[in-house]
Design a protein around this ligand. Sequence first.
Ligand SMILES: NC(=O)C1=CN([C@@H]2O[C@H](COP(=O)(O)OP(=O)(O)OC[C@H]3O[C@@H](n4cnc5c(N)ncnc54)[C@H](OP(=O)(O)O)[C@@H]3O)[C@@H](O)[C@H]2O)[C@@H](O)CC1
Ligand SMILES: Nc1ncnc2c1ncn2[C@@H]1O[C@H](COP(=O)(O)OP(=O)(O)O)[C@@H](O)[C@H]1O
Ligand SMILES: [K+]
Length: 451
Amino acid sequence: MRAAEQAAMDGGVSEWELMQRAGEGAAQWVARIAAGRAVTVLCGPGNNGGDGYVIAESLKRRGVEVVVVAPREPGTDTAKTARSHFQGEIADSELPSSQVYVDCLFGYGLSRRVEGVFAELLERLAAVPGFKIAIDVPSSVASDSGELLGPEVSYDLTLALGGWKLAHFTMPAMAMMGVKRLVDIGLALPGDAPRLSVTPSISAPATDAHKYKRGLLAIVAGEMPGAPILAAEAAMRAGAGYVKLASEHSHPDAPADLVIVDGPLSETMADDRLSAILVGPGLGRGDDARKRLQIALATSRPAIVDADALHLLDPEMLGQIDASNIAVTPHEGELTALCRTFGIDAASKLERARALHEKTGMTVLAKGPDNLLVGASGVRFFPTGSSWLSTAGTGDVLAGIAASRLAVHGDLFKACGEAVWLHQEAAHLLGPAFTASELAAVVSEAMERFL
Ligand SMILES: NC(=O)C1=CN([C@@H]2O[C@H](COP(=O)(O)OP(=O)(O)OC[C@H]3O[C@@H](n4cnc5c(N)ncnc54)[C@H](OP(=O)(O)O)[C@@H]3O)[C@@H](O)[C@H]2O)[C@@H](O)CC1
Ligand SMILES: Nc1ncnc2c1ncn2[C@@H]1O[C@H](COP(=O)(O)OP(=O)(O)O)[C@@H](O)[C@H]1O
Ligand SMILES: [K+]
């Protein structure tokens, strides 16, 4: 954001002009929401506070009853200018009773824990009823990591100014924000800035498609039969023309349309028609599992590596193959384990995922409520999905979808992105309290949204 703002200023747009665009843009939202009700604007000492004075003045001009609460005088020149343009009432710390609250205490300049008078104000804000709006980011969150640095307030709306910050899509911050909307202030973001994933567009098979052309996926099973079947159920509904399960166990509950190959894994993997591989769900973590993982990765086919396999991957194993053919899909615990194995010591989820990608070359889909994808095309966040996904086996479904998409087109970054969207859409179709097999069963229905 700072680079984008600097570029705009170098191009002749002043900081005051940017602040007016931000404040006026946000005020339009606030005015509609207030719909005649009284508004309280909390202003901090920096430019976030400056935005607050612009919002307050704009609301006043529209005839809205508005009070500003500002415990400190503005500290920046631009915020001082904004303050001087506001003609209305300013209180220094008491939070008046109001129906709409606009929080402009701190934006991306928050640099340490919120304490004293600011913390007290936020605690009071958390306790009062009313519609609460955070300007740019909630004032107690670190915008670059999503870390909480002060009292937690539950907002109804968060208006991001000029561009999304990491906190908008990272836990725990994103859970406080309510509905999120972006206010355009005419900034061009640098090409490598983390971006929100755009809705994917998925094509139906070509007119001359046949099962191999559509993609042959091999799922490498291991000790536990359930997980790879779940992954296969999802994969069969996500686009691949042919899904094979390489397993030495019997699978009495497997669907009739799933081909199970029980010969030696090295033979199954020698098929040069294989388009993609999924290894990890139900694999186990013993010597046999390690051997199966090594055989699977030695094929040099694009692979999704998930679950147990994430505990077996190590630098030595990756040293023998081209790791840029691999996407890993770790949850929080698996990401921690991977970082330990690969000697990565970083604080935030983004830094850890980025370091893992940079150190190994693997594409990293760090899943969870705050899915984060890091790979050849940069960094992507995703809109918030259904929290009902937090049930056992949904990760296997995600891995199955990703592997199926990979078998279709061979692009790891794209496959992982499509998988997150399809997974969330499937959850959305099911509503509350579904099982992982129910989720796998509606993946084809979910695809309809993206065709
Ligand atoms: N630049 C632009 O072009 C545009 C920027 N825009 C807006 O500016 C926002 C960024 O503004 P910003 O950089 O001034 O920082 P901001 O978030 O207001 O806070 C910094 C102030 O707080 C203070 N402070 C920090 N931590 C503290 C703590 N824990 N407890 C107490 N004090 C603390 C810190 O003081 P200090 O650290 O020096 O003590 C400083 O005074 C951005 O989010 C967007 O809303 C838009 O108008 C569009 C154009
Ligand atoms: N609270 C949540 N909100 C949204 N998605 C979630 C939430 N919790 C989990 N998920 C998603 O559900 C899946 C869970 O995967 P994982 O943790 O591997 O479970 P399992 O190992 O049981 O299959 C992931 O895709 C994750 O992103
Ligand atoms: K704020």
